[in-house]
Design a protein around this ligand. Structure first.
Ligand code: PMP
Length: 511
């Protein structure tokens, strides 16, 4: 049988010396229960006999007796060089109720695990005393408490019931979104809008409903999309396209395609699509120029290449409005447009929307009903209330000012501590600064070094298709003084000889 881990088990139990049952028997019982219950999966490694004797507070001979008995049942196997491992739980299957071998189940599902760095980030974000220098969320102090309090106070009177909603989501919310989108130049009737549980769910729905396994999804390199496993888990290839100062270099699609080119020398690849974040790109903060938007749209139109346009950050501009979304050019339903309130208000509301042809929206809505019966009705009613007044737009104006002040502060700290070791962009909106380190330092190594100092980083490699020396900094989450302190500390870590030597002496790919 397959094993999922060779990690050493942790033991927080000791035998009871006052118990009449011999110590070695107690140990046999403890270990067999751990294995029978599935806590220790097949392949798990046990500590050495010396260490076990220490942990249990018993003699080595007691451990040897217990191990012999467990080995005779066939549930442990020992190897002089490799230590003792859980070999099977067939003994427990024969003896009593049969627990499943979770190890083999856990490796069988189709959804891929997060990359380890992201798993660590997801855990450390909830540990105290860490300064989060890359978090893509608004700081708690930016949460519009008053505005939300007022809305939630009104809700009980406004909500007729909290029953399931129709498959596309709350009609009133879709109507009001339709009006808001119109102001941006996007024509979208309420029946062409699907409310989703965050825009991440829209991506999930597209990946399971619309693309066969083996399809290609093109995107900017680096991209937020690369930090997820949504498309890859559905068997799709993600291909990164370079960016220049105007945005995504679409002409590289032709070069990357394995399929025959058409007469114009452009890509003609079946079942592929483009995912792009043209406005305040995550992680680089870049904004695609108006000219490039036109060229890109023309290119995709010619190629009949559908586009997913992710506009999670478009409303968060500082001085001037960014160019209009690609969707404003779309007359024949080539673009699936994604919006969300996660970056402007709160990701915990779990509300996003997808705008597309009615046929697509209907199909995705049908599958969404099978997945979760709809996004939270409370959140949908709350957003309907919010968008019904001018409060949201007033709030947005204030939020832009606050974010801009945070940006300026972060840029100042970078000037103080990073001028000679990195380059960076000056974002015109949203949360992120893409910090490229001069020195040939692996930001993956830096991630671990910073972690020891209680600094949580988002290394650029989790977003990229190749190794890079960049970090995604966010000025939206940490407090100004934390950013200043954190960047100073980070700069010291980078300059410390031990770190530089350590990261240089480690061969590539050793981690
Ligand atoms: N798209 C982009 C570009 C994002 O940055 C994020 C959040 N990091 C999402 C989508 C997912 O947001 P949501 O909370 O709406 O699922």
């Amino acid at each position: 049988m397959k094993s999922i881990t060779s990690k050493e088990v942790t033991i927080e139990w000791i035998p009871d010396k006052n118990n009449k049952e011999p110590l070695y028997k107690q140990i046999v019982r403890f270990i067999s229960t751990k294995i029978a219950s599935g806590d220790w999966v097949i392949g798990s490694k046990l500590p050495s006999q010396r260490k076990l004797a220490e942990i249990f507070g018993v003699n080595r001979s007691t451990i040897m007796m217990a191990m012999e008995e467990l080995s005779s049942y066939g549930i442990l196997e020992g190897n002089a060089g490799k230590g003792t491992r859980v070999a099977s739980n067939t003994w427990s299957l024969l003896m009593s109720a049969a627990p499943p071998d979770w190890g083999s189940y856990l490796t069988s599902g189709s959804f891929k695990a997060n990359v380890p760095t992201i798993q660590i980030i997801n855990k450390l974000e909830f540990e105290e005393n860490f300064i989060r220098l890359g978090t893509g969320e608004l700081a708690p102090e930016l949460f519009p408490k008053e505005m939300m309090r007022e809305i939630f106070m009104r809700l009980p009177e406004r909500i007729p019931s909290l029953n399931y909603l129709g498959s596309l989501g709350l009609l009133e919310l879709r109507e009001i979104l339709s009006e808001r989108l119109k102001k941006q130049g996007i024509q979208a009737s309420p029946s062409s809008i699907l409310i989703t549980s965050g825009s991440l769910q829209a991506l999930q729905l597209i990946s399971v409903c619309m693309l066969p396994s083996g399809s290609t999804v093109y995107t900017e390199a680096p991209s937020y999309l690369k930090s997820l496993q949504v498309f890859q888990s559905a068997g799709m290839k993600l291909k990164g396209l370079p960016m220049d100062s105007e945005g995504l270099c679409h002409w590289h699609m032709a070069a990357q395609s394995h399929h025959a080119s058409n007469s114009k020398g452009l890509t003609k690849e079946k079942n592929s699509l483009l995912y792009t974040i043209p406005t305040f790109h995550n992680p680089t903060g870049a904004v695609m120029s108006t000219q490039r938007r036109k060229e890109l749209f023309r290119f995709c139109n010619n190629q009949r290449l559908p586009i997913i346009e992710d506009n999670a950050y478009g409303e968060l501009w500082f001085e001037e409005e960014p160019p209009k979304p690609l969707k404003t050019m779309d007359e024949n339903g080539m673009i699936l447009y994604l919006g969300t309130v996660s970056k402007t208000i709160a990701p915990g509301l779990r509300i996003g929307w997808l705008v597309g042809p009615e046929s697509v929206v209907e199909r995705l809505g049908d599958v969404k009903m099978q997945m979760d019966y709809g996004a939270s009705s409370v959140s949908q009613w709350a957003l309907y209330e919010l968008f019904s007044t001018e409060n949201y737009d007033i709030y947005l104006q204030q939020l832009r000012k606050k974010l801009k002040m945070r940006r300026d502060h972060a840029l100042h700290a970078l000037d103080l501590y990073f001028k000679d070791i990195a380059t960076w962009n000056v974002p015109k909106g949203s949360f992120y600064i893409w910090l490229k380190l001069h020195r040939n330092i692996s930001t993956d190594d830096l991630f671990y070094a910073a972690r020891k100092e209680k600094l949580l980083l988002n290394p650029g490699s989790v977003y990229d298709f190749e190794k890079n020396h960049a970090l995604r900094l966010s000025y939206a989450y940490a407090k100004e003084e934390e950013i200043e302190y954190g960047l100073k500390k980070l700069s010291n870590i980078i300059r410390s000889n031990s770190f530089i030597n350590a990261s240089h002496s480690r061969p590539n790919g050793s981690k």
